[in-house]
Design a binder for this molecule. Structure first.
Ligand SMILES: [Zn+2]
Length: 214
């Protein structure tokens, strides 16, 4: 699943995983799990993160490879949050080839830059559980500033403030477009209009996934 921040990758990947019985492998969650459990890979990653450096691609690839070996991944996975660069896409392809597998389809959730800014600047997170996410316009909490699930305080991440969002997109979108082109060249890309209500995006994704292979 490829898309800009705020395009809805995470929520769509979770929905699809449930509908299709596939594992949802979010690279961010995978990192956090390794960090939390203090695995060898987690400790290696922490050494980079602690000094604000990027985790090297081969470390992430190793985490994903390990994850693909787990029982619930046997039928395939929906990868979310990785790859973000062409170098990562190439490393992923090389690893999958070693396993006799491949990226069978890439779904690009296409959302205009201005719409991403609007969505991200309205994003509110729960202090108690970062999976509890709200969006001021499209998915507001029932009580302003309070989580629907646990009543905890909602807050905006520093980097979800409008002034920092545009700068972040300037940095993140160009490499993402290169990834989109990379998979278009491999003829596995499906572009999905991400500027529709959640259920309609899901339907578009399912239609693309279940369509007969080219
Ligand atoms: Zn909550």
């Amino acid at each position: 699943m490829v898309g800009g921040p705020g395009a809805g990758k995470g929520t769509q990947a979770a929905t699809l995983a449930e509908r299709l019985g596939l594992a949802h492998v979010a690279s961010g969650d995978l990192f956090r799990k390794h960090l939390r459990e203090g695995t060898s890979l987690g400790r290696q990653a922490a050494r980079y993160m602690d000094r604000g450096a990027l985790v090297p691609d081969d470390l992430t690839i190793t985490m994903i490879e390990q994850r693909l070996g787990e029982a619930d991944a046997a039928e395939g996975v929906i990868l979310d949050g990785f790859p973000r660069t062409v170098a990562q896409a190439q490393a992923l392809d090389a690893m999958l080839e070693r396993l006799g597998s491949r990226v069978s389809a890439v779904f690009y959730l296409d959302v205009e830059r201005d719409e991403l800014v609007r969505r991200l600047s309205g994003r509110w997170l729960c202090r108690a559980n970062s999976a509890h996410m709200y969006q001021a316009q499209t998915h507001p909490p029932k009580v302003a500033g309070r989580c629907d699930y646990d009543g905890a305080e909602l807050y905006q991440r520093q980097d979800d403030k409008p002034e920092t969002i545009k700068a972040r997109l300037e940095k993140q979108l160009p490499p993402m477009f290169e990834v989109v082109d990379y998979y278009a060249d491999k003829d596995v890309l499906h572009t999905i209009d991400g500027d529709q209500p959640h259920a309609e995006v899901t339907d578009s994704l399912l239609r693309a996934i279940l369509a007969p292979a080219k």
